[in-house]
Design a protein around this ligand. Structure first.
Ligand code: NHR
Ligand code: GAR
Length: 228
């Protein structure tokens, strides 16, 4: 018998994705994984809302799905404990929040410390929380963007790994601006997950390191126009 050594025979980083809705960021991860640019195993997709499009996307890709419906729990702690049990059954190395819309308890964030990423549609630390596109337009900012950050107990306050910037154009509404930001999300999230899987990106003592170099508040300085 011939034993062929290939990259695929090595244990791959196990990535579990949490969603609440459309799942276009999930799709970007699926597409990158399929095209061979993202060397991970997508072990499961969990939604806190039943019937969302992201669950269909996962099913179409043959990825196991689960629903942990937050409306069936009395409080956040009970929901988070059920979510944690469901996640841990898949033994992931990394938990990826991709449009996940429930605030997580401190206990939950500690359990996944250093192994949970979020993508947030703003240039953090600006515009933490919800409705970022509306708030950017309201403020008259010339520039907007998206951040990938490690998740800590502080909402959208964990250290930034990567950011991408987009211009705000004169006739923008929140929807147009959101689409421009999403294009960048789909580019940088697979990249950040790849770097984590390769062991290049990590959080140590509350700081993000890339290839053992500590990163500044904007994360890794990628050039928006470079194709990576
Ligand atoms: N939890 C912790 N502890 N830390 C973070 O950094 C988190 C988090 C949970 C989610 C994503 C975040 C975003 O990128 C995220 C980061 C939901 C809300 C929110 O207010 C805020 C920020 C984020 C996600 N959610 C409402 C709530 O009461 C519900 C809103 C809804 O269901 O539509 O949980 O923006
Ligand atoms: C994305 O813009 C993501 O950054 C944002 O929701 C959208 C989800 O899109 N996340 C949050 O606002 C988290 N509170 P998707 O479901 O198509 O990936």
């Amino acid at each position: 018998m011939t034993v062929t050594q290939s990259a695929s025979s090595q244990p791959r980083t196990r990535v579990l994705v949490l969603i609440s809705g459309n799942g276009s960021n999930l799709q970007a991860l699926i597409d990158a994984q399929r095209s061979g640019t993202l060397p991970v195993e997508l072990v499961a997709v969990i939604s806190n809302r039943p019937g969302v499009k992201g669950l269909q996307r996962a099913e179409s890709a043959g990825i196991p799905t689960e629903v942990v419906d937050h409306t069936l729990f009395d409080n956040r702690d009970n929901f988070d404990q059920a979510l944690q049990q469901t996640i841990d059954a898949y033994a992931p190395d990394l938990v990826v929040l991709a449009g996940f819309m429930r605030i997580l308890t401190e206990r939950f964030t500690h359990h996944y410390h250093g192994r949970m990423l979020n993508i947030h549609p703003s240039l953090l630390p600006k515009y933490q929380g919800l409705n970022t596109h509306e708030r950017v337009l309201q403020a008259g900012d010339a520039e907007h963007g998206v951040s990938v950050h490690f998740v800590t107990a502080e909402l959208d306050g964990g250290p930034v790994a990567l950011q991408a910037r987009v211009p705000v154009l004169p006739d923008d509404d929140a929807n147009r601006l959101a689409q421009r930001v999403l294009q960048q999300e789909h580019r940088i999230y697979p990249l950040a997950v790849k770097w984590f899987a390769q062991g290049r990106l990590r959080m140590v003592d509350g700081r993000v390191f890339m290839d053992s170099e500590p990163l500044g508040p904007s994360g890794y300085p990628i050039d928006n126009h470079a194709s990576i």
